[in-house]
Design a protein around this ligand. Structure first.
Ligand SMILES: [Zn+2]
Length: 64
């Protein structure tokens, strides 16, 4: 039995611009690469997901 309940999309007012990866972070670089692949496939859910990961990547938070 499929639930017919409508779940409202959780939009946090994300800007369309992609977050910048840290230049020296391999993980960020990999995330960007994956994002490009996802974009090429039209997988917007994945793109948003990867953007979130990039934005909140903790390893260099507060580092400058
Ligand atoms: Zn990173």
């Amino acid at each position: 039995m499929a639930e017919q309940r409508l779940t409202p999309p959780v939009h946090l007012g994300l800007p369309t611009s992609a977050p910048k990866p840290a230049a020296e972070c391999d993980i960020c670089q990999a995330l960007v690469h994956e994002r490009q692949l996802a974009e090429a496939r039209g997988n917007k859910t994945k793109v948003v997901d990867l953007n979130l990961e990039l934005r909140s990547h903790p390893k260099h938070e507060g580092q400058r």
